[in-house]
Write a protein that binds this ligand. Structure first.
Ligand code: HAM
Length: 434
């Protein structure tokens, strides 16, 4: 039989990586708790119609799409947002707003596999639904900052844009939605010349092209200043001016929070997903040119799914890429150690076959007291078993012997210090935990 491998784009997480994955997930869950986001669990398989409605051509063309045995067109989720919006448009329709909802899980996209790009990857996702106010957008930016920090990243920056500025120009120039979306897709890939060509072929004014050309040049870390210059440049486009004001308002709130968020703005920045209507952003770390997270405002999706008009803003963080960045910044080990919290681990070994039942009993007593216990299952001689425990850096061995058992005790051996003593069974957990 052929040697089996994982399917292209899929991968295994061995214990150390799995631990790092769960560490990052744990930090995300803690951030969700602190910001009042309640976790929901939605299905991995959703209807293709739902997932494709506003995903944008790029994501749409990369879905794991299939017919189930009932003949339904379904797909593996390429993001969480559509599922959360579906819930708010239906089951949660009559619940009080705002909604703060958190999700974490695997996501599927048929992307070309490369470093940091997989076909199965993990996202931690936060959606804030029901508010159109800039403080909601600011919350999503601050929450992202806080998450990246507590996950252990030392250096990262948020790139913030506003899709309303571009949309305002294109709408006033009477470009239909479909063409607008195609322009955004090209801009997302930084194919600006192609984008301008497409806009031109739609018959817009020369001033419009000139404005767009100047617009994509406007970027920098002096964020409020750049946004002021954008507002000045687009002064003939009413909706774009409005969007610039909203953009500036959000940035101003983030600055006023004094959280020291490293931000840049970029007026030519667009994102692949089609549902965005306002502020958009992505997270980057130095030396890695792929985004660690991305999100933005999408005010019309819930309505599109048949719900009440519900403004919304959210973000998804790419857990795999955060792990990669932690490894790059040599912060992974620290994060992992934290994840393990230097847990004391114990090997329980019976000195003969007749004591295997007693070994299981003592193990249960210890586990009930919260101690991590592995029981010897290989039938090895004591010396071999202890050697192995030592090699695997376990903390203690608990040796089950006839003589001690008669006194209700066992031998507890500190593997690092190579010392041992006889301890009453009920006191073992305390000794081990120090
Ligand atoms: P997105 O930008 O498509 O946004 O994905 C969010 C993050 O998922 C990316 O920044 C990246 O870290 C990670 N990611 C995407 N594709 C891959 C891949 N092939 N391999 C590894 N990681 C990947 C969304 O998904 C939106 N739903 C975010 C959102 C929530 N907007 C509003 N609410």
């Amino acid at each position: 039989m052929a040697e089996f491998k994982t399917v292209r784009g899929m991968r295994d997480f061995l214990p150390e990586e799995a631990r790092l994955l769960r560490h990052v997930e744990g930090r995300a869950r803690e951030v969700a708790r602190l910001y009042g986001y309640r976790e929901i669990v939605t299905p991995v398989v959703e209807s293709y119609e739902l997932l494709s409605a506003k995903a944008g051509e790029e994501v749409k063309s990369r879905m794991f799409l299939f017919k189930d045995l009932g003949g339904r067109d379904v797909a593996l989720r390429p993001e969480f947002t559509a599922s959360v919006a579906r819930l708010v448009a239906t089951t949660l329709r009559n619940e009080p707003r705002p909604f703060r909802l958190f999700s974490v899980g695997s996501i599927y996209r048929y992307d070309e596999p490369q470093r940091g790009r997989y076909r199965e990857f993990w996202q931690t996702n936060y959606e804030l639904m029901g508010s159109s106010r800039p403080e909601a957008d600011a919350e999503i930016l601050l929450l992202t900052h806080s998450f990246m920090q507590t996950a252990g990243l030392k250096k990262f920056a948020l790139k913030v844009g506003h899709i309303g500025v571009l949309r305002g120009i294109l709408t006033q120039e009477k470009l239909v939605d479909k063409v607008q979306s195609a322009v955004m897709q090209l801009m997302d890939k930084k194919q600006y010349e192609d984008a301008f060509r497409l806009v031109k072929s739609a018959g817009v004014s020369e001033t419009c092209i000139l404005t767009l050309r100047k617009l994509v040049e406007l970027k920098g870390s002096n964020v409020l200043d750049v946004v002021d210059r954008v507002a000045e440049l687009v002064r003939d486009y009413e909706k774009s001016v409005e969007a610039s004001r909203n953009w500036g308002g959000i940035l101003d709130l983030v600055l006023k929070s004094r959280c020291d968020v490293d931000m840049t703005v970029d007026a030519g920045f667009a994102r692949g997903l089609e549902y965005y209507t306002g502020m958009i952003f992505e997270v980057y770390v130095p030396g890695l040119d792929i985004a660690l997270g991305g999100g933005g405002r999408y005010d019309r999706l819930i309505e599109l799914f048949g719900g009440d008009p519900t403004p919304a803003v959210g973000v998804a963080h790419g857990v795999d890429r955060i792990m990669l960045a932690l490894q790059e910044q040599k912060a992974a080990q620290k994060a992992e150690e934290k994840a393990g919290e230097e847990e004391k681990t114990v090997l329980v070994v019976p000195i003969n076959e007749g004591l295997r039942g007693q070994a299981l009993r003592v193990s249960e007593v210890l586990r009930n007291a919260g101690v991590v216990v592995e029981v010897e299952v290989m039938g090895r001689k004591m010396v071999k078993a202890l050697e192995d425990a030592d090699k695997r850096k376990m903390s203690y061995a608990v040796i089950i012997g006839e003589r001690e058992l008669k006194e209700g005790a066992v031998v507890v051996r500190n593997l690092a210090k190579r010392v041992q003593s006889t301890v009453k069974i009920e006191d073992v957990a305390d000794v081990v935990k120090g």
